[in-house]
Ligand binder design. Structure first.
Ligand code: ADP
Length: 439
């Protein structure tokens, strides 16, 4: 301030001295006024420069200023730089925060007080079919058309979540999206979405499974308790009694087989996959399996089947012996059970040109129509229900086989045509195959 005053006085003094030098005291006063005016003009020019700089607030530019204006410039620049730093740091924090929400496996949508989308993350956009950029500003009710959602959002009770249909990864498979709204701030809403398709599917499968098991057990149980009641209340001849006991034992066996297959399945699901531990000679696996198959065929088929064991190179495979035996037995017993008496069955282990080892069972049975093939390994799925029941099938055999193959890193395969027999196979990867060293 003192500097400014000094500068003004200097201008006035110089101009009045100039006036005095040239004429009278009147000129000196005029000179002083002219000096003050000149100083004001110069001062105004500096103020204008500072205002111009402030208008753009470009911290990289330095306006030409002196005195108090230069001081004002330096201080403003400091304040601006501080502000700039603060904005940059809160921008970075906001970007980090949004990136974290973006990475969330759940969908997040921010709605303003009128229910318009303010921000939406990629997950929610995918689940509900939004455009992450273009749909900002749109009313949520115009984009989510489910009547359940409309009632939910207009009702204002957000204490529970709702489920609506979403846009799945594959449009042919509808997805289920759980939605919950959490109000915050002034009438604003945070909408969280979660894809519950898999959970729903698992729930449905569990319910179906329990219903199927109950159904499978109820039939033999009803038969059994019927016979028990008959034997308890009605006098029967010795012959009838033996017939009834025979039937009762058959039903008990059926339940036993069902329980045993269920336990096998649950063991396969609940235990770690077999490592590349023990090496088993394929002949060692084939011999008992073929023997059992021949025995079963003589019991249930008249004349028995013609069973051929095909043996090529001698090799070993690594895996769990009892699991592999169970899978092979299931395929062989199916061939016997579904192929009419006297039909032919070929089986064996062979090495494929691509290095995989394959166990196959080929039969001359009725074959299976193409529409059933993809569903054969579903639990309790049967093509020929009555034949399965008659021959003691549980409907779980192929599910077990597929599990065993997958647990060994292998594949399960079926090729079949109605009336032309079937070929079932299990293939194991080269890492589980070793040629036998001749002794
Ligand atoms: P099941 O205990 O009923 O035999 P599986 O899971 O072993 O159950 O087989 C499922 C269904 O596949 C069977 O019910 C049967 O209809 C069909 N199937 C299995 N193997 C054969 C086969 N070799 N020939 C014809 N149909 C078969």
């Amino acid at each position: 301030m003192t500097q400014r005053l000094m500068e003004l006085l200097l201008f006035v003094a110089l101009a009045s001295a100039w006036g005095l030098m040239h004429a009278s005291a009147g000129w000196a006063v005029a000179g002083a006024l002219a000096g003050a005016l000149l100083w004001s003009l110069l001062d105004g020019l500096r103020a204008r420069r500072l205002l111009k700089w402030l208008a753009t607030a470009d911290t990289s530019q330095t306006p030409k200023l002196r005195g108090m204006w230069a001081e004002l410039y330096v201080r403003s620049q400091k304040v601006l730089k501080n502000l700039e730093r603060k904005i940059q740091s809160s921008d970075a924090r906001l970007a980090n925060f949004l990136a974290a929400i973006q990475a969330s496996p759940n969908g997040v949508i921010l709605l303003d007080a009128d229910g318009r989308i303010e921000w939406v993350n990629l997950t929610a956009a995918h689940q509900l079919g939004f455009d992450q950029q273009k749909d900002v500003g749109q009313y949520i009710q115009n984009l989510v058309r489910s009547p359940i959602f409309k009632t939910y959002i207009s009702g204002g009770d957000f204490s529970t979540e709702i489920q609506i249909g979403g846009i799945g990864a594959r449009p042919s498979v509808p997805s289920k999206i759980s939605v919950q709204i959490h109000p915050y701030g002034h009438k604003r809403k945070l909408m969280l979405t979660r894809d519950v398709t898999a959970v729903e599917l698992a729930d449905t499968m569990r319910r179906d499974f329990v219903a199927n098991v109950s159904h499978e057990i109820r039939t033999p149980l009803t038969v059994l308790s019927g016979f028990v009641e008959t034997l308890q209340h009605i006098p029967v001849t010795e012959t009838d009694r033996n017939i009834y006991l025979g039937m009762m034992s058959q039903q008990a066996q059926r339940m036993q087989m069902l329980v045993s297959d269920l336990l096998t399945l649950s063991r396969l699901e609940g235990s770690p996959a077999p490592g590349p531990g023990d090496w088993i000679d394929t002949d060692e696996l084939m011999a008992p399996a073929v023997e059992e198959t021949r025995a079963l065929s003589t019991v249930i088929a008249q004349p028995p089947h013609e069973i051929t064991q095909v043996a090529e190179t001698a090799f070993s495979i690594s895996g769990n012996k009892s699991e592999l035996h169970s899978a092979m037995s299931n395929l062989l017993s199916n061939a016997v059970r579904y192929t009419p008496a006297g039909g032919s069955i070929r089986t064996g282990w062979h090495l494929r040109p691509d290095g995989w080892a394959e166990f196959f069972v080929e039969d001359s049975g009725p074959g299976i129509a193409a529409e059933h093939l993809p569903r054969l390994t579903e639990r309790f799925y049967r093509v020929d229900r009555s034949r399965s029941r008659e021959t003691g099938g549980t409907g779980l055999g192929l599910a077990i086989v597929k599990h065993v193959a997958q647990r060994h890193g292998g594949q399960f395969n079926v090729t079949s045509k109605t009336g032309q027999g079937s070929t079932f196979s299990i293939a194991l990867p080269p890492s589980r195959v070793r040629e036998n060293i001749p002794s």
